[in-house]
Design a binder for this molecule. Structure first.
Ligand code: ATP
Ligand code: MG
Length: 389
């Protein structure tokens, strides 16, 4: 089956408890509609929520690979499949299964059926057995319950049945928007876009903040961050990106802070600005791309010295990941190609040669007395620019 007029999509049961259920389903349906609109005009498909699954009806036959590709961007979907509709009777179901299997390459198979409405006089095990026997007889294939090359899925409703041979695993997770909003500290590197992806995967809606040192760094670095947000919009559709000119603050830090402590101070100021913005926006957590021990600034002591300036939770989805694991995900989600482009990090221009590994909080607090913290933060916030991406 390379074309179909019907798809069935299942979601995972997580988050479906109590009052959240309707909200979860509404958000998931709306996200599905948004991704399908990328491939097709809205007038040619309809999504219905029936008996704990979604059925997508297409007006004309559509190319199934395009639908799979798009649905793969919808967090909350556990699996989906193109289906063939038939009558809810054994003979019709069997004939449809044989017809669909005629096009497939496989050695072993299994049949799995679900009776959504129990209208047939036999149970699912018996349905599986009968359809399986018909396949063995006609195509001489082998049944394998444990490791089949192919699974034939059957769902039986009151007045129709659906047969499929192409069920694919969805991305899992929770629908974007159902877990609240987070503010992502976004650099042009590999890690923060992957951290954002993890937050999106668990249903958070992401807003992004980036600190840049234009004109010391070129405009391309800002373009890169915009491109990363655009790429992540695959999962969230549209985003707010806050751009903060950080040059003035960095200069004052350079003037007042010993070389080895500068990164810790840059980050402390970034955190303060980020928390203020989050509070203004009614956002309750911050996300960074830090991973324990990856670089000097990501030791426990340094993370503590940075986090000390805010009270909001700082989420670090990559904390236990190795760099190569992060890169693999970046490739999978399409941010790798953008992150790999050369860029001037906001900090590299003023980068110390020997950054401190274990920041001492008492020293940090003492040094910071030379800076007018509130004034610097207020100025950064005032110069901040909002981009709708
Ligand atoms: P990344 O690959 O995300 O750049 P990194 O491994 O380079 O991370 P750092 O440069 O130490 O690590 O940055 C740690 C985290 O601090 C980043 O993941 C990001 O969340 C945040 N961050 C760093 N620089 C900036 C910036 N210029 N603007 C916003 N956030 C930043
Ligand atoms: Mg970086």
């Amino acid at each position: 089956m390379t074309h179909t007029t019907l798809f069935i999509c299942h979601y995972s049961e997580i988050g479906l408890k109590g009052k959240n259920r309707n909200y979860f389903i509404k958000a998931l349906k709306s996200n599905m509609r948004k991704v399908l609109k990328r491939a097709l005009p809205e007038s040619v498909f309809r999504i219905e929520h029936v008996e704990r699954r979604f059925i997508v009806f297409f007006e004309d036959a559509v190319e199934i690979t395009r639908v799979y590709q798009n649905l793969n961007d919808v967090f909350g979907l556990a699996n989906f499949t193109a289906v063939q509709q038939t009558a809810p009777e054994m003979e019709a179901i069997q004939a449809t299964a044989l017809e669909l299997l005629a096009e497939k390459q496989y050695n072993s198979f299994v049949v799995r059926s679900r009776r959504v409405h129990k209208i047939l006089p036999i149970n699912s095990v018996e349905i599986n057995r009968r359809v399986g026997a018909a396949v063995v007889e006609k195509y001489h294939k082998k049944v394998s319950l444990k490791e089949p090359d192919l699974t034939c899925n059957i769902e039986i409703f009151k007045n129709k049945a659906f047969v499929s041979v192409d069920k694919r695993k969805g991305p899992g997770g929770m629908p974007v928007r159902t877990s609240g909003r987070v503010l992502v500290l976004m650099s042009g590197g590999f890690d923060s876009p992957v951290a954002a992806w993890y937050a999106l995967k668990r249903g958070a809606q992401c807003e992004y903040i980036h600190f840049h040192t234009y004109p010391f760094t070129n405009k391309l670095s800002q373009e890169k961050v915009k491109d990363l947000v655009r790429r992540l919009n695959k999962f969230q559709f549209k985003s707010k990106l806050y751009m903060v000119p950080f040059t003035e603050t960095q200069k004052e830090i350079v003037a007042a802070v010993p070389d080895k402590y500068r990164i810790v101070f840059y980050r402390r100021f970034m955190m303060r600005v980020t928390e203020h913005l989050a509070q203004q926006r009614g956002i309750s957590a911050v996300v960074t791309g830090e991973s324990l021990g990856q670089v000097a600034s990501q030791t426990l002591e340094n993370m503590a010295a940075v986090e000390q300036v805010i009270t909001m939770p700082v989420l670090r989805p990559l904390i236990g990941m190795d760099k190569n694991e992060i890169m693999d995900i970046a490739r999978k989600i399409g941010t790798y190609d953008i992150s790999v482009l050369p860029h001037d990090d906001a900090c590299t221009r003023f980068m110390p040669h020997n950054p401190v590994i274990r920041a001492r909080l008492d020293e940090v607090v003492e040094i910071e007395k030379a800076l007018d913290v509130d004034a610097l933060v207020a100025r950064d916030l005032q110069k901040m620019e909002l981009l709708e991406i």
